[in-house]
Design a protein. Structure first.
Length: 269
């Protein structure tokens, strides 16, 4: 779908109108509601393809469309990344074990608007190192979001995330980034989760994009497996990710994918 709304900045970033935020709110809320409903499904003994099947059915029942089914040949309504999988994990028959941590990433298209979000889940017991990793990743996302306001730069977002993560002796993945969003799945800008303050494009009211830091307990390097999708940590260390879709407002930003049930963090219960 072509995105023809708003104007384009010199950096190629689309500026949306205030009324466009309503469409993003609805799409973001639906994606977040689906991830809320996933929470009780993540238990030892389940498979990731069972979780994906629920998501597929739920997207269809809502009158929306999955943005990922058919995207570059992908066949699933979610990416489910377990333990040392950084992102783009393909749902499959492998049984989830006690103590596994999962990122579930869902993007829906509702009335032409894309709602994109991911969050972490824990199957059964939670190890101390996994708990620390999840907490730091969660908090790093919100450090990045705090830097979003007109006049700041995308480098300010990356710097806020990177400095927080590295202060906790973890690493930010550099091979993947956030992206522009709206009536298309991926558009400028690339939202890096590392960088120098004061660099990069200047944030303006009306910009819409994702922030989705991936954080590793070990080194930041990744590799993509032979399926051409699954990205894993090279050192097999645990990895975590959280993602929100946001829009820049006159005074800061609006998060479109907040959890309606307050389940964005996996230890909400």
């Amino acid at each position: 779908m072509d995105d023809t709304r708003g104007r384009i900045t010199k950096d190629g970033i689309r500026i949306y109108e205030a009324e466009d935020f309503a469409g993003m709110r609805a799409a973001g809320r639906l994606a977040a509601e689906i991830l809320d409903e996933v929470a009780p499904l993540v238990v030892p003994g389940v498979t990731s393809e069972e979780i994906d099947r629920y998501i597929t059915d739920r997207v269809a029942a809502s009158g929306a469309v999955s943005a990922t089914i058919g995207y570059k040949g992908y066949k699933h309504a979610s990416c489910i990344s377990v333990n040392h999988v950084v992102c783009h994990g393909i749902p499959g028959p492998k049984i989830i074990a006690d103590g596994d941590i999962l990122n579930v990433d869902v993007t829906v298209i509702l009335d032409g608007w894309f709602g994109d979000t991911s969050r972490m889940y824990v199957a059964g017991s939670l190890s101390r190192k996994a708990e620390r990793l999840i907490q730091v990743t969660h908090d790093a996302l919100f450090k990045g979001i705090e830097a979003v306001k007109p006049g700041n730069t995308f480098g300010d977002i990356g710097h806020a995330i990177q400095s927080y993560v590295e202060a906790h002796r973890m690493s930010v993945v550099r091979d993947f980034c956030g992206h522009g969003l709206g009536r298309v799945f991926h558009a400028p800008p690339n939202v890096l989760h590392y960088g120098r303050a004061g660099t990069g494009a200047v944030l303006e009211e009306g910009m819409i994009f994702t922030i989705e830091p991936m954080v590793n307990l070990g080194r930041p390097e990744t590799k993509v497996l032979s399926d051409d999708w699954t990205a894993v940590t090279r050192d097999k260390s645990l990895s975590a990710q959280f993602e929100h879709s946001i829009g820049v407002t006159a005074t800061g930003c609006e998060i479109f994918t907040l959890s309606p049930a307050g389940k964005f963090h996996p230890t909400w219960g």
